[in-house]
Design a protein around this ligand. Structure first.
Ligand code: NAD
Length: 348
């Protein structure tokens, strides 16, 4: 008849509800630790990927981005927005969904919510990078910006780097209260701070995870002591940064994909040829990570398509043959591939 969809019409779909079930069934820390192995594996085969800076559509209020990449077998992309004012209006600052497809025939093999998955993959990447760059024995992390990403960052840093103590600060005290409540329930030792300056005291790792559509100065030069690792998450768009330029000039800077980071990251404040180290080379042992205990290392994170590809690949492996997926009738599949019109008419 051509009215009932055939098997080929269905794409496995991971809804928000199922993503939450999957994360809870796995445990968020184990989820992010396992995801980190996928991310690391993909960074170590970096030259195999088609890469491009993400395609960004900017407006006064925010940005909508498409993030594609592919290897010889799989193609992935993520749709993601960034609207710092959203949170005040009851919307998420960042929402996302994505698709993983077969390169061989172009058919999607997975569609997934990626709002939760982006928080997980961002944190997983940060902590993986932290394992290469954070000073040995780091136990205390300052977390400046206590919004949607915050708890994921904390849990990933505990799972991968052994961080047990957190110093929280947000300009909005209710965000800090929320994060403190959530993270105490996860067994962290928490200090709620009243300024960024207070938050960084005694911290070996500083995570900045704020959202503001401007050249912000979350950290000034005097706040960053020798030997610290900075995990800078929130500066990820032209005209949206978090660190004073002087900090960048004292730091060894590590990036995902320089072509994108020079447009979007903290280093948009520096000369185009300012030296940076690519993380995939560090992970392959072809470039040095932290060289000495007094060095300031900076992960100028903007989020790159390969991390989303790794996340989709991980979720695809995890959900195969489970009830964490629902079939989505997404691909028209006429009995005769050329009779698409006939299929539409038969459905009348
Ligand atoms: N690098 C990446 O891969 C990546 C991935 C996801 C999100 N992000 C970015 O991370 C940031 C945080 O995302 P989110 O989803 O948690 O946003 P969110 O809006 O939920 O939280 C941001 C928090 O920052 C706080 N804040 C704003 N200005 C501040 C300041 N000057 N000092 C202290 N706190 C301040 C806000 O009060 C809010 O609680 C955003 O800028 C987002 O674009 C980056």
């Amino acid at each position: 008849m051509g009215v009932t969809p055939s098997d080929l019409a269905f794409v496995p779909f991971v809804s928000v509800e199922n993503m939450m079930r999957l994360v809870n069934a796995t445990g968020p820390e184990r989820f992010m630790a396992e995801l980190a192995t996928y991310i690391e594996e993909d960074f170590r085969r970096w030259p195999e990927f088609d890469k491009t800076p993400r395609v960004a559509s900017h407006s006064r209020e925010g940005v909508i981005e498409l993030m594609p990449t592919a290897d010889s077998a799989l193609y992935g992309f993520k749709y993601v927005n960034g609207h710092p004012k959203n949170m005040r209006e009851g919307y998420q600052t960042v929402t996302a969904f994505g698709v993983l497809s077969s390169v061989a025939n172009g058919y999607p093999i997975l569609m997934s919510e990626m709002t939760v998955l982006t928080a997980l993959r961002t944190a997983s990447t940060s902590a993986l990078v932290g394992r290469y760059l954070a000073p040995k024995g780091a136990q205390v992390m300052a977390m400046i910006g206590n919004g949607a990403q915050c708890e994921f960052q904390a849990l990933a840093f505990r799972a991968l780097c052994g961080i047990e103590r957190l110093r929280l600060y947000d300009i909005d005290g209710s965000a800090t209260e929320k994060a403190a409540r959530n993270l105490r329930a996860q067994g962290f030792e928490i200090v709620e701070c009243h300024s960024a300056q207070e938050a960084v005291e005694g911290a070996q790792v500083i995570t900045t995870c704020t959202a503001d559509k401007q050249y912000a100065t979350i950290l000034t030069d005097n706040m960053v002591g020798a030997g610290v690792h900075i995990n800078a998450i929130g500066g990820d768009c032209p005209g949206k940064t978090e660190l004073h330029r002087d900090i960048l000039l004292r730091s060894s800077i590590f990036v995902e994909y320089p072509e994108q980071t020079r447009i979007e990251g903290e280093i948009q404040q520096l000369a185009e040829d300012h030296p940076v180290t690519e993380l995939w080379q560090v992970m392959r042992g072809e470039a040095e990570g932290r060289r000495d205990p007094r060095e300031i290392t900076l992960f100028d994170s903007v989020g790159f398509a390969v991390e989303d590809f790794s996340a989709l690949r991980y979720v695809h492996d995890r959900v195969a043959g489970t009830d964490f997926v629902t079939p989505l009738d997404m691909l028209a599949d006429p009995d005769d591939p050329r009779d698409l019109f006939g299929m539409v008419m038969r459905a009348r």
